[in-house]
Design a protein around this ligand. Structure first.
Ligand SMILES: [Zn+2]
Length: 70
């Protein structure tokens, strides 16, 4: 893997992004049925990051989707 900003291959991979106040992983969410009152069928994509050790550019990726229990 190379940095998209400076093209360095000095990359720290698979860093976890945490909310320091809650200790929870940052995640993206999508409700597959947003119009539903309940059972919105939420899908969650936890985020991971790769950090360039040279220029400190951060690249975000989502991990495998998680289907939330209702
Ligand atoms: Zn870089």
């Amino acid at each position: 893997m190379h940095c998209v900003h400076c093209n360095s291959d000095n990359i720290l991979t698979d860093l976890v992004m945490l909310d320091s106040s809650s200790g929870q992983d940052f995640s993206l969410y999508k409700d597959r049925k947003p119009e539903a009152l309940i059972f919105k069928e939420r899908v969650r994509y936890p985020l991971k990051a790769h950090l360039c050790a040279d220029c400190k550019h951060v690249m975000f990726f989502a991990k495998k989707e998680v289907y939330e229990e209702e």
